[in-house]
Ligand binder design. Structure first.
Ligand SMILES: Cc1ncc(C[n+]2csc(CCOP(=O)(O)OP(=O)(O)O)c2C)c(N)n1
Ligand code: SF4
Ligand SMILES: [Mg+2]
Length: 273
């Protein structure tokens, strides 16, 4: 007779490390870390099958704080490393943690190709609309006329929408959530996890040191609605949502050709077509 017993179920604690967290007090990255550490044990995947890959940035310190395999790579190149891991070991759950600078500036080209190749990587884009680690330079998602150390007279570039880039790259699952919307964020992560293909999740994240309030309206209690996530993407200054805004992004949209659309609360696992 077999005496084998099942191992105890994984918990959030199993995914925490003893590393000193180096993020600033109040940074939105803590909330994202907490959500991921809560969701991973619920996925029914062995801890040793997770790999967290990052580039460079505050957000890219993520692998240090996840008790999984991990790789803190070089700036903008997490997609290349992650694609290599997933291609050679498809049974592994490969998650990329990246920032708006890491994924959309230096790593923009790699992000596009990672998404179109659709090998099954899950991407978490921490979008704080700033370069945090290097102490506050404007990024591709910073608003027009952004005054930073690198643009003292205001930036002349207009931001682009990471969702548009992902959809244009034929990503098969795209979604957006907010660091402080914990329930919504966890739900979104679960659906990204079960998606058969690569998943791109933009997370609106507050950098309270160099870009505090950049996402003021979606995260403020007065306007905390899912539609607020879409309203705020078109704004150039913090403030309550404007009823006249006709912007129609929702929290989850995908390529019409390879649809993985979901609306929070109505999600069913998406299929690759
Ligand atoms: C090749 C190279 N170029 C530039 C840098 C400097 N650098 C480090 S992190 C970073 C930007 C980080 O911004 P983001 O990806 O938005 O991450 P955050 O710190 O905001 O989480 C830059 C430009 C670098 N480390 N390597
Ligand atoms: S600089 Fe900004 S993004 Fe980086 S740890 Fe501090 S608050 Fe977070
Ligand atoms: Mg950033």
């Amino acid at each position: 007779m077999s005496t084998a017993t099942l191992p105890p179920p994984l918990t959030k604690k199993d995914f925490q490390t003893d590393q000193e967290v180096r993020w600033c007090p109040g940074c939105g990255d803590y909330a994202i870390l907490s959500a991921v550490q809560s969701v991973f044990p619920e996925l029914g995947i062995k801890r040793e099958n997770f790999v967290v890959v990052s580039g460079i940035g505050c957000s890219s310190r993520f692998p240090y704080y996840m008790n999984t395999f991990g790789f803190h790579t070089i700036h903008g190149r997490a997609p290349a490393v992650a694609t290599g891991i997933k291609a050679i070991r498809p049974e592994l759950e490969v998650w990329v943690a990246t920032g708006d600078g890491d994924a959309l500036s230096i790593g923009g080209n790699h992000t596009i190709h990672m998404l179109r190749r659709n090998v099954g990587i899950k991407v978490l884009l921490f979008n704080n609309k700033i370069y945090g680690l290097t102490k506050g330079q404007y990024s591709p998602t910073s608003e027009f006329n952004k005054k930073t150390k690198s643009t003292p007279f205001g930036s002349v570039d207009r931001p682009f929408n990471p969702m548009s880039l992902a959809i244009g790259s034929e990503a098969t699952f795209v979604a957006r959530s907010v660091d402080v919307f914990q329930a919504h964020l966890k739900e979104t992560l679960k659906h990204a996890a079960v998606h058969k293909g690569s998943a791109f999740v933009e997370i609106l994240q507050n950098c309270n040191i160099f870009n505090d309030g950049a996402w003021f309206c979606p995260s403020s209690s007065a306007t905390a609605s899912r539609r607020a996530i879409s309203w705020c993407t078109t704004r150039t200054t913090p403030g309550p949502p404007t009823p006249s805004c006709s912007h129609t992004w929702s929290t989850g949209q995908a390529s019409p050709r390879r649809s993985a659309y979901f609306a929070p609360g109505t999600i069913s696992p998406a299929t690759k077509t």
